[in-house]
Design a protein around this ligand. Structure first.
Ligand code: PRP
Ligand code: URA
Length: 216
């Protein structure tokens, strides 16, 4: 897997990451969602630099201009529900992408053990396309790999880009074992550990709850 840790270099991205982590700012759900969206825009821009491009002749009112434009069709796939603001950010830049949505959730066996359940997915064909698979939190990596295996029923993508806001080192190691070697991971920041409930430490807490409120 080719890992691009975009927060490693100094940029305004780090301000957005600090705001989604900060307990005094993350209470503002609208700002939390908007920051996740802005991070999606930045990661999308970064990954756009390595897509395949070809020349297209564009007609302006006053002449012609050869422009390099992305060629391969994109499918943008997100995991409900925390993935929605990240999805919007990516879609702001890849506005002609096809879209896929997957419901994946942790079904708890007891306080510390859970399995990932996928009960619904809606996806176009992935065959030969560029798959962007986005989820803000890459904790154990279970949701991402379960989702990937579910959507593969709709074809084999030409290339795969995983987009995450905060990833744990364990999550990165886990997905690396289950994805093709040439997969790219675009991550805003990486944290060291998980707690015994599978939450990223220090992370930000529960991304779905912060964006959309607590669930039963
Ligand atoms: C979050 C996040 C991932 C998952 C990551 O969703 O959006 O899908 O946790 O954890 P994992 O890497 O250990 O699988 P969550 O379960 O909080 O659901 P929600 O978005 O519906 O709140
Ligand atoms: N899901 C979250 O929302 N946060 C974590 O730290 C782990 C999983």
């Amino acid at each position: 897997m080719i890992i691009h840790n975009i927060g490693d270099s100094q940029s305004v991205l780090n301000k957005f990451i600090s705001e989604i982590r900060d307990t005094s700012i993350q209470k503002d759900a609208m700002r939390f969602r908007r920051n996740i969206e802005r991070i999606g825009e930045i990661l999308g821009y970064e990954l756009s630099k390595i897509l395949d491009y070809s020349n297209k002749n564009i007609t302006t009112p006053l002449g012609q201009k050869e422009m390099l434009l992305p060629v391969n069709p994109i499918v943008l796939c997100s995991i409900l529900r925390a993935g929605l603001p990240l999805h919007n950010g990516l879609l702001n830049y890849f506005d002609t992408a096809e879209n896929a949505f997957v419901s994946a959730y942790r079904k708890h066996i007891d306080d510390t053990n859970f399995e990932i359940k996928v009960e619904y997915f809606a996806s176009p064909s992935l065959q030969g396309k560029t798959l962007l698979l986005a989820d803000p939190m890459l904790a154990t990596g279970g949701s991402l790999i379960t989702t990937y295996n579910a959507i593969l029923k709709n074809g084999t993508p030409k290339e795969i880009h995983i987009i995450a806001v905060i990833a744990s080192k364990n999550g990165i190691d886990f997905i690396e074992k289950h994805l093709p070697k040439n997969t790219h991971l675009w991550v805003a920041t990486v944290d060291d550990t998980l707690n015994d409930k599978g939450y990223i430490i220090p992370g930000l807490g529960d991304a779905g709850d912060l964006a959309f409120g607590k669930k039963l």
